[in-house]
Design a protein around this ligand. Sequence first.
Ligand code: 15L
Length: 279
Amino acid sequence: MRHVLLTGAGGDVGGRITPLLKAVYPGLTLSDFKPIANTHGLPFRQAQLSDMAEVHAAVAGMEGIIHLGGFSVEGPWETILSANIIGAYNLFEAARLAGVKRIIFASSNHAAGFYPQEEIIPAEAPPLPDSRYGVSKAFGEALGALYAMKHGIGVTSLRIGNVGEKPLDVRRLAIMLHPEDLVQLIRIGLEHPDIVNEVFYGVSGNTRSWYDNARAISYGYKPKYDAEDQVDFAEAEQRKLVPNPVAEMYQGGGFCADEYTADLAGIMAKLDRTIDFSN
Ligand code: 15L
């Protein structure tokens, strides 16, 4: 694959993976809504995702797109609507018209953040968003499925945990994704001949992962990193945080606790009676 576009290239994750991607895809083009300080000598196309004309110009001539662009945490509805919902629609629709063959959609663990931390869930688990942001990621996965099945674009949605080289707290021991492992997943999505529409968990080979990533493994994913190797660091960082029962109950952590108004004990009692997540 020669012509690959990386949206959201100016963000933290984009900055971490650009040099790794450049080594694999020398024809890489970067995009973001504002100029990027370090383009690593790569071409740059500025585009606001909510502006269809700018998105058309950004995707022209591309064979593959890695879509990291959008708002990457919880935010006001207007922001999520514009950057993540309208933005994702514009990206997929412009890609279809431009004849793009493969798209990697950066989904998030927050598309399914309300599963309890004690459960191991597969990527096939239905969305259970923990935020407006998580809803927008579930929307993006659904949009990807539509463009895969109806228009034949090979789509891989990655429910990304937390991208970095260290687990930033105990929760991240389960969900850390080393940038090199992320690039491995991206390469499967862009290059594996059998991709139609896939959802993989974007996590490293973490000992205490909450996800059954069998689907990614069946495509050849062999994560190199395990957050557990840095357990002391994670535990030291955890001691600096204020405990929160909602954040500690659910996989989405603080995204679940943010704006929480339900009765946690009441909900857990009802779920215990009605749902067995392991089936
Ligand atoms: C995400 O989806 C965010 O983009 C990232 O900033 C982290 O907050 C991450 O989830 C996480 O769950 O740690």
